[in-house]
Design a protein. Sequence first.
Lengths: 648, 293
Amino acid sequence: MKTGVFICHCGLNIGGVVDIPKVLEDLSGYDSLGYVTDYRYMCSDPGQQLIKDAIRDKGLTGVVVAACSPAMHESTFRKTAEAAGLNPFRCEMANIREQCSWPHRGEPEKATQKALEIIKASAEKVRKNQELSSLSIPVTRQALVIGAGIAGMQAALDIADAGYRVSLVDRLPYIGGHMAQLSETFPTLDCSQCILTPKSSEVGSHPNIDLFTNSEIHSISGYVGNFDVTIRRKAAYVNWDVCNGCGLCMEKCPVKTDSDFELGLAKTKAISIAFPQAVPNRPVINSEVCRHFTQGKCGVCEKVCPVGAIDFKEEDTFIDRKVGAVVVATGYDLHPKTKVGEYGYGVAKDVIDGLEFERLNSASGPTQGEIRRPSDGKIPKEVVFIQCVGSRDQENGYPYCSKICCMYTAKHARLYKHKVPDGQPYVFYMDIRAGGKGYEEFVQRATEEEGVLYLRGRVSRVFEEDGKTVVFGVDTLSNKKVEIHADMVVLATAIVPARGQTELARLLKISTDEWGFLSEAHPKLRPVESLTRGIYIAGCAQAPKDIPDSVTQAGSAAAKVLALFSSDTLSHTPEVAVVDEELCTGCGMCIDVCAYDARTLDARRSLAVVNEVLCEGCGACQVACPSGATCQRNMDTAQVMSMIDAVI
Amino acid sequence: MVYSYFPGCTLRAKAKGFESSTLASCEVLGVCLEELEEWQCCGATFPLQIDNSFPLVSPTRTLASAKKAGRELVTLCSACLNVLKRTNHVIREDLDKREKVCAFIEEDYSGEVEVLHLLEILRDEIGFESLARKVVSPFAGLPVAAYYGCLLLRPPEEVGIDDPESPSVLEEFLSALGCDPVEYPYKTECCGSYVVLQPGEPAVSPSRLVVESAKSRGAKVIVTSCPLCQFNLDYAQSGSVERGENAVPVVYFTQLLAVALGLGEEVLEFDGHIVPPGLIFQSVGVGGCGGLT
């Protein structure tokens, strides 16, 4: 056994605190070591070459690199060792930066002693490390995309275009998500439908995309490369394979109800297609209001359907899929205006939210694109837009910025001005956050050329009086209270995660932040990966973001999926738990402590079993096991004891 | 239901009717209010300077004395409630201040007492539904505006008896008495507080806005639980009363409660009011109060 120790200065990060010459001197008296040296930047090419040469020339059988965290460079140095013919699992990192020089900057002597101990302990570990080889996992090269808004559609298209099958699931009967509800989009003011519809039809007709609308994820199990998904397709009470979308049923249906797509600003029928360009263009019966379901009579749709597609007896169906990767793009909801007491709890009819304004402004919306207020259909001559309703409000809402409201409010005010040239839009704002290509210029046009009056301040109260909607606010630039008797008020309510996202995250075993947005693996370097391998995130499910960012993130998530699919096997670290079947009593304590669901009980043999792919090698089971049957490869009890001996 | 009771100074001076109507009503409702012995002024305002602990002395002494009595402490006046609840909050959360104030008053108190407003007891202990069953002379749809002011609701994390932006406890109370609560936008706007002591129109204009808004939406009576609000809203209408114009009486919520419970006018003590409340009661022909003037 000949172990080499390679101490990195990391410039002054380590070398400026730890007395490396002293460490070298002390280690030279440590007889189990075959070779000890140092270098200013061990991760650089010359540094790595130094290690390779030493392995070959000195005949080293183990390597300790005393440098930064293994999270940083373990794979770098294991590749280096492998290149020199050493088993990569006989190379270990001794973390003397994050765990020594950085936190003990003011105590160089103690830091030097600690560095020495960390290195000795690592050397002891390496001496007993087994030669291991990576585990190989098969990959099912099919993907599941949850949520068919712009992010989900983009991810599905990118994966499908690369030649892999995608199951795209959305709980609504149509694809397009919130983007289908928008009128124009910032900063170019191009029509949302015009840029969305081609994509929707591409998704709808793509040979590699299996579209499951009106569907939800019923269950999911498995792990990267091997997920088993059950999709629940909710009963539409219409056989979509037979239906030709003629629309006669909708025309004849006698039951009117509020349209969810129009946010209650218009009525629809009990059997309906949400909007004319919907993909798939097939109707769904709302069983909560349909007279056949509520009163057991009617059935007009069944009578008039020329192809016999109506099927009142249809039940939910369950479809099983095996996929290798999952993209979660479940989107957002708006903070309900009914929760904002000071703005009237949404009781005042002419207080609407941003999405409702989109519908009023949409050519296919309830007013055919004319700006008419909900209460009496009059064209509002004074409109107040209030930003940050719920966002950036630690006391009554959420501390985060919803990111898109500054831009869409500027857009709303401008579009209003285009349609009602003699009208006056006011915008109450806290700051204008217009970071983005062409964004600041877009807001500038609103303020400087198009007569939108921006007032920096908050609104304290909104209420109805004499057919007007009165707004009490303050302009903090002129230090004056402002009272506006407006005709309509538009609230830029905060973006919140889509309803049910927390439950879905639980099903997928991925984490969320305190507000329910999905957590990324690293905020800067791994923004589209969840902490669970094989599950990727995109769009507003992760945090509020606009269409360009959602599309970018979706493309990035798709690229990650494609990288996963680039080979039909995956490698996984072999440094996972193993069970000694002779010693295991099948008590199951390891199953309770496992945070990764990597443990199961083989009841027939009364043995604990490790799913090596799910195991992350945390060691919790090794600690919990009362009979010493469980150990983690290359971190067994004997190794831990000798590491402790080296330190004390 | 037995509670310790802190009347506060105003209820023994300008707001006698608040107390007399409360005590009589509570007797009918089976709520026993046991007055704290040797209570002293709450301090009237909660100190906003963080390094000024002295104003906490008096309310802490009151709280400590309630702790000895071993019961929850009830108060009526919004200002007393505000000071006591906020002081309690400071004593619970701020160890330095707790130590300093308790050492000074030589008491061992760390926020054990729960401070309650009478409205909380009516809502949470008795319940408005059961209160409605005890009403013998319901106000047949009398339009009444609830005025909350600031002290009863804010700051919400320390006082917190209802939503500070859009409260409803008084409206629910009024409905239980058979009144028709009037919704108006000024119900939580400031009445002007002590500014009313300054001469001139600006001092009364905040109160006037409140009254006018309630009136324009049909209110015949305004109720409050704050003696200062009561005075301000009432005083703002002096001119109207002198000119013989239509004015809206401003009364304590417990005065309506007493009437609804069938109690006599002797417990109402409307003496100090500028806008005479009796006329309203007469005009709607409320049972049991026919003789009020």
